[in-house]
Design a protein around this ligand. Structure first.
Ligand SMILES: NC(=O)c1ccc[n+]([C@@H]2O[C@H](COP(=O)([O-])OP(=O)(O)OC[C@H]3O[C@@H](n4cnc5c(N)ncnc54)[C@H](OP(=O)(O)O)[C@@H]3O)[C@@H](O)[C@H]2O)c1
Length: 249
């Protein structure tokens, strides 16, 4: 095991399950101190217990759509660590509906979580970022090709991928890199919530690697982007999808 994050301070939003939790596990194994967020205290407590990272894990309850919660989060990080070296803006939600069925409430919820939450997580943490910090935003393969029923979700993910590119240009002079990761079909609670078991064989059939992705597959890619191994990778989107997008071209 490499130790690319020894002594580094990493924030992971939405770290209570799936990709966020797997990334916390990976960064901890490589020496990081990890701040984990989520909206639900019992889920946060369960994640902390599962990670078994001792005093290298700081759970902070909070909703990324609330600027008040983000202020409380950054103030707690400031007091405890004084800086951040890695931010993984991962907290997100999904909604798959035919275009005509999307309501204003759906729109507000998805955009608040996937766009506003990411935008202000990054804005509020900016003063804490060290000069060689790395930001990774969790986007989605859905921004790369048309997926019927993903209108709202794909639009939200395209927005944050573009934010990564723009911030790369803006923060580059400080040595801060900003990239996004675009997971394919990854077997997490979110995947199971939206894709019924009977649809799994068809999903796998569309993936050249002939399997669903794991949260660990994405965590490996996030760790790469957040590490010095990617020191000249900036403003990019790394698709982690077993070839799903490539095969559709
Ligand atoms: N799984 C896939 O196939 C897939 C594919 C492409 C992209 N993604 C992206 O990957 C990211 C993680 O999803 P996942 O698949 O790992 O799903 P997951 O297991 O359901 O995890 C979602 C995480 O986001 C947190 N969260 C949601 N809304 C939040 C909010 N407003 N404030 C704070 N935390 C919030 C949840 O925490 P609490 O519920 O405990 O608050 C949970 O920790 C999302 O951005 C998703 O769009 C997933």
């Amino acid at each position: 095991m490499t130790h690319r994050f020894d002594g580094k301070i990493a924030l992971i939003t939405g770290g209570t399950s799936g990709i966020g939790l797997a990334t916390a596990d990976r960064l901890l194994a490589e020496g990081a101190h990890v701040i984990l967020t989520g909206r639900d205290k019992p889920r946060l407590d369960a994640a902390v217990e599962r990670l078994a990272g001792g005093d290298r894990v700081l759970p902070v309850r909070g909703d990324t759509t609330s600027l008040r919660d983000l202020d409380a989060l950054t103030s707690e990080i400031g007091v405890r660590y004084g800086r951040l070296d890695v931010v993984f803006a991962n907290a997100g939600t999904a909604l798959f509906q035919p275009f005509g069925a999307v309501t204003e409430a759906d729109f507000d919820h998805v955009m608040a979580t996937n766009v506003k939450g990411v935008f202000f997580t990054l804005q509020k943490t900016l003063p804490l970022l060290s000069d060689r910090a790395a930001i990774v935003i969790n986007a989605s393969w859905a921004l790369h090709r048309g997926l019927a029923g993903a209108d709202l979700y794909a639009a939200s993910k395209a927005a944050v991928h573009n934010l990564a590119r723009t911030l790369a240009a803006e923060l580059g002079p400080r040595g801060i890199r900003v990239n996004s990761v675009s997971p394919g079909y990854i077997e997490t609670p979110m995947f199971h919530e939206h894709i019924p078991a009977q649809a799994h064989p068809a999903v796998v059939a569309a993936v050249p690697s002939a399997r669903l992705g794991t949260a660990g597959d994405v965590a490996d890619a996030v760790a790469f982007l957040a590490s010095d191994d990617a020191s000249y990778v900036n403003g990019q989107d790394l698709i982690v999808d077993g070839g799903l997008v490539a095969a559709a071209r």
